[in-house]
Design a protein around this ligand. Sequence first.
Ligand code: GDP
Length: 125
Amino acid sequence: MKNRTLAIIKPDGVRDQVVGAIIDKIQKNGFHILAMKLSKLTKESAGEFYAVHKGRPFYDELVTFMSSGACVPIVLEKENAVAEFRNLIGATDPAEAAENTIRKLFAKSKGENVIHGSDSDEMQK
Ligand code: GDP
């Protein structure tokens, strides 16, 4: 069944001018773009988005990073979109990500890892 997932190209991707290359990769992997915009998160909204990580040592750094510049949230559709997109982005740490995944190709560190993908249908984040 076709379903939807939320991707976010993080501020490092916008800053490094790889938005086009990442979207190209996403589309070539069969995802359809249903909605997309350029948007800057406030610290508060970034904090809410990642509330599940509150209390973790990297939380403040993550919230500061995610609100440090524009990002590109994208709603995608495909068969089994959530799991398929998690496969396409690769492991959280680009050093551990599989070849040809978005994080392996474009990310620099575990914190600044260029893209977010929902990890469940339930939360859609
Ligand atoms: P994801 O689902 O692969 O994005 O990973 P998580 O849900 O575990 O973490 C959310 C985000 O927090 C990651 O994408 C990273 O941007 C950041 N993050 C996770 N672990 C670390 C860490 O150990 N150090 C830093 N600096 N950031 C981290």
